[in-house]
Design a protein around this ligand. Structure first.
Ligand code: ADP
Ligand code: MG
Length: 316
């Protein structure tokens, strides 16, 4: 199958909210008046971000999901996406599945694919997303303040569990748990609804892709504050407890969670709970922002729990 047939069949889709979508030299969009535009790009490389034998449908989902997660972390509404794809060969069945996973998630969030690039090469995927927030209102990493609560959405550690098991670092006998973990790894749900509900009153946010303490660390550094996280309050699947002593490592520093870690004023706890209830997303209060610098994971006695690593670092 030729390049343009492939694009026409699998990637050209109606984009009614764009002025021009796939098919010209560049797409054209008109931002909503009174909104700021967000732009973000993420790359996924075989062997680094996904295993070579991953189902193409799951890969299509995840390629877009990790980008939408970045927009969610800023409280943005996702609008448009561009997809660059290097394929070792034009395997039509593979592309059809990949595209199905991608388009299903895009449709769920009202995102339009408006362009991209298709080349031959080692399997590599890159998505650029465009989103919007009302002018000046985005949730930024530099906005945490002393006295804020620290919250996290969903459950932590499941994606990391699936990765560690696959790499042979952990043994897991519980087949149902493994299935849940695999699902979380392959089909993360970007927290766009939660992000936009938090937008009016939360302070800072980031998405947890590399590991909770690492990603919270970015908020702390950007905001010039310190953070305490209570290990006992980290939300997870109770079945993960069986993984001790590696359990905390997965939760606090595992990564691949695609949850939101965010800070909000302590007097707005009810508002956080209400926002979470409105979008049926679990949230947990896991710590607080204090003066100083750096993040500390604390046990029930208030002592610091050392972590070997706070998260994943591509060059670490
Ligand atoms: P050009 O040669 O002008 O760069 P291309 O041949 O790369 O154009 O692409 C033709 C059209 O198809 C462009 O509108 C481009 O945005 C779109 N396109 C190419 N690959 C993809 C893809 N994987 N997903 C979506 N749109 C794509
Ligand atoms: Mg091109």
């Amino acid at each position: 199958m030729k390049e343009f047939e492939l694009i026409g069949r699998y990637f050209k889709r109606p984009a009614p909210s764009a002025l021009l979508g796939v098919g010209d030299d560049a797409a054209i969009v008109r931002p909503t008046p009174g909104c700021d535009m967000h732009m973000s790009v993420d790359m996924l490389v075989e062997g680094r971000h996904f295993f070579a034998d991953v189902a193409p449908r799951a890969l299509g989902h995840k390629t877009l999901a990790v980008n939408l997660s970045d927009l969610a972390a800023m409280g943005a509404r996702a609008r448009w996406a561009l997809l660059s794809i290097a394929l070792p060969q034009a395997d039509e069945a593979w592309v059809a599945e990949f595209a199905a996973g991608f388009h299903a998630l895009a449709a769920e969030h009202g995102v339009e694919l408006i362009g991209g690039d298709t080349t031959c090469g080692p399997l590599t995927l890159s998505v650029t997303v465009l989103g919007e927030t009302p002018a000046g209102q985005a949730l930024r990493r530099d906005a945490a303040r002393v006295g804020d609560d620290v919250w996290v959405s969903g459950e932590l550690g499941l994606g990391a569990l699936a990765v560690r098991r696959r790499l042979g670092w952990l043994e897991v006998d519980d087949a149902a748990l493994l299935q849940t973990a695999q699902r979380k790894l392959e089909y993360p749900e970007p927290r766009l609804a939660l992000g936009s509900l938090l937008l009016p009153f939360a302070h800072a946010a980031a998405d947890v892709s590399d590991g909770l303490m690492a990603d919270l660390g970015h908020i702390l550094a950007a905001s010039g504050v310190a953070g305490e996280v209570w290990a006992g309050s980290l939300p997870s699947d109770p079945r993960l407890e069986a993984l001790r002593p590696r359990y905390l490592d997965c939760l606090a520093a595992g990564g691949d969670d695609y949850e939101l870690v965010f800070t909000a004023p302590a007097d707005l706890r009810q508002q956080v709970e209400a926002a979470a209830a409105q979008c049926a997303c679990r949230v947990s209060r896991i710590g607080r922002i204090v003066a100083g610098q750096g993040g500390r994971l604390l046990d029930a006695a208030g002592d610091t729990i050392p972590l070997k690593k706070e998260g994943y670092d591509h060059f670490g």
